[in-house]
Design a binder for this molecule. Sequence first.
Ligand code: SF4
Length: 350
Amino acid sequence: MNLLGCSPQGLTDWCVARGEKPFRARQLLKWVHQRGTKDFAEMTDLAREFRAGLEQDAEVAPPAVLQDHVSADGTRKWLFDMGQGNAIETVFIPEVDRGTLCVSSQAGCTVACPFCSTGRQGFNRNLTTAEIVGQLWWARHELAQPVTNVVMMGMGEPLLNYDQLVPALQLMLHDDAYGLSRRRVTVSTSGVVPMMDRLARDCPVALAVSLHAPTDALRDVLVPLNKKYPLKVLMASIRNYLGAAPRDFITFEYVMLDGVNDSLDHARQLVKLVRAEEISCKFNLIPFNPFPNSGYRKSSWPRQRAFADFLTQEGYVTTIRKTRGDDIDAACGQLAGDIQDRTRITLRTK
Ligand code: SF4
């Protein structure tokens, strides 16, 4: 058993089933997640027989690193091997007052948003809890700077991998593991409504919703999941989530696509939508990162600025996401395309 994938409760149950006291699980969590120890022999406050049993039945196995890139701006990107030609990427973004790790939840994605290089790649498989947590484990013990924030915004739709995601979130939050506050762990979703409702009950953390369009007609195209969960249903779920969320607002992600969703009319429709639905929110505008044959272009800076200014004047906190790690292709929306290429390279060299 890979201990990186054991939820705090799961590990307690496992220890008790082996005749150990429940507090052994807390000791193990600290050794594995806080100190980054893989070698059970080093866990000297555990009884010798327990350690011998661990050697036999357990392991601490983070995913193998295929590539490791550092950008001129300090952004760090790892390519992790998921086996059978699959790979995922994890990006660390250092800032003065925080260090944010962008974590992947699936190899590929089924939602298939046409502007997203992950969506174009198709779906390979869900990551396990150990593979999700393994990205954080690796970053925490590799980096000089602490990881203060985690955003589930890497490859994949995290809420379509719910059963593996929730134990990973529990470990991120647990004081004996990573001890992050709920406000500093963000799940980003394209709007998987039933799972948003479950997350509100099971493990409410900060939520970001990839909106990308103010009307059903346009969102049906840009986020095909909208056909299943249209805006009215999505907004009702968001209102419900806000009742449980650690923050009193939701973040809407909005990719800026030239001539598609970036006019002032779109901005007006957006304000009308969130006002009518009484959603407390802020907007994060994401400059599109072009990739080969995407068929979309990045909105010009004046269009991005005008869109942001309109939302701000209407009273909504609006940011335009800074592009980081350009020189190592770590910018948002570039991960999967890059992975696809690198996976091919990996396959060739095997
Ligand atoms: S934008 Fe998100 S939900 Fe859409 S295809 Fe890409 S990874 Fe999947």
